[in-house]
Design a protein around this ligand. Structure first.
Ligand code: UDP
Ligand code: MG
Length: 315
């Protein structure tokens, strides 16, 4: 089904990975040499502040490595997009450069690709190594997202995946700047299969995604894949108006027919606070989407390269 002399591109986004990048790339090269003799490793240096770039340049002189240097830190989603844009292989593997994605899974991924699957994605089988808060947050996020999005996004599937050239080309046609990659992989579709894996501990350094980073990613995922938060205010507004109408009739009847002096100060102030809160909230959500529309219409590139692919400065 797939060409016998297929080529494989491995995209490794790297942000401050100097501590273990050389070791990782050598291990990756050894692991894929056996199963895909024609391969390239594409290191995307995402504006690292350590000497990740020098290490990548050195590796490019020794191994089948190409390295891309972004002009600043654009974030993992942009780094992956840069890698996807420049990968040349018939199949493209996305893998973190910190040993968290097990290299042992790569042969199985390739086998599934040869079996005819266009996308083979790793699914985190066990999150017990993560903090309770992060687990609850992640599960809540996927529940809300999948409740409101038309395209189901598989929970616990990350960026660790192998894609056929046609999936890569499909991803490249998506022009949005707000790149929630996990959603985009699901959006393009194609024949996909999941492979469970247990992430290892980070080799050295620490994760770039703190609570704030994860919350921002969740927000960008929600707004990119669902318009429910935007549209639900129509329903909420209708419900509130219906209740208000009934209650209004009741108050008027109570005052006019029964002659009740209608004190109602507590009802009035509580109602006022509640409804101004709801209004600000809905305007805020409107602003969230509007801000993203603004980001999109500016049509800025998703990333900028600082150097040519061979590492020489851009002219
Ligand atoms: N990464 C990147 N740009 C960033 C942050 C991270 O290219 O702004 C890379 C990083 O070098 C690693 C991968 O994305 O290869 C995953 O990052 P990290 O290990 O920090 O996140 P986690 O594994 O906790 O999701
Ligand atoms: Mg990691």
């Amino acid at each position: 089904m797939r060409p016998a002399d297929f080529s494989l591109s491995c995209v490794v986004p790297a942000y401050n990975e100097a501590g273990h990048l050389a070791e990782f790339v050598r291990a990756l090269h050894a692991a894929v040499s056996r199963i895909a003799p024609r391969h390239e490793i594409l290191i995307v240096n995402d504006g690292s502040r350590d000497n990740t770039g020098e290490i990548a340049a050195q590796l490019a002189r020794e191994l089948p490595v190409r390295y891309l240097e972004l002009s600043r830190n654009f974030g993992k989603e942009a780094a992956l997009s840069a890698g996807i844009d420049h990968a040349r292989g018939d199949a493209v593997l996305l893998i973190d450069g910190d040993f968290q994605h097990p290299l042992e899974l790569v042969p199985d991924m390739l086998t599934q690709w040869k079996n005819g699957y266009d996308m083979v994605y790793g699914v985190i089988a066990d999150r017990s190594f993560e903090s309770g808060g992060k687990r609850v947050g992640t599960s809540l996020f996927y529940r809300i997202l999948n409740f409101s999005s038309r395209v189901p996004v598989p929970p616990n599937a990350g960026d660790f995946r192998l894609m056929d050239r046609k999936v890569v080309e499909a991803l490249r046609t998506l022009p949005e700047r707000n790149r929630f990659m996990k959603g985009l992989y699901a959006w393009v579709g194609f024949r996909s299969v999941a492979l469970p894996f247990v992430p290892a501990a980070r080799e050295s350094g620490s994760s770039s995604f703190n609570l704030k980073g994860l919350a921002a990613l969740a927000l960008s995922g929600m707004t990119a894949f669902s318009t429910v938060p935007l549209r639900m205010w129509g329903v909420i507004g209708s419900l509130i108006s219906a209740v208000a109408l009934v209650y209004g009739v009741y108050i008027i009847a109570d005052a006019m027919l029964l002659g009740n002096p209608t004190p109602g100060w507590a009802t009035l102030s509580a109602g006022l606070m509640l409804f101004s809160g709801i209004q600000l909230l809905s305007i805020g959500i409107l602003g969230e989407y509007l801000g993203r529309v603004y980001e999109e219409v500016k049509h800025r590139p998703i990333y900028l390269l600082a150097r040519d692919e061979d590492g020489s400065p851009l002219k």
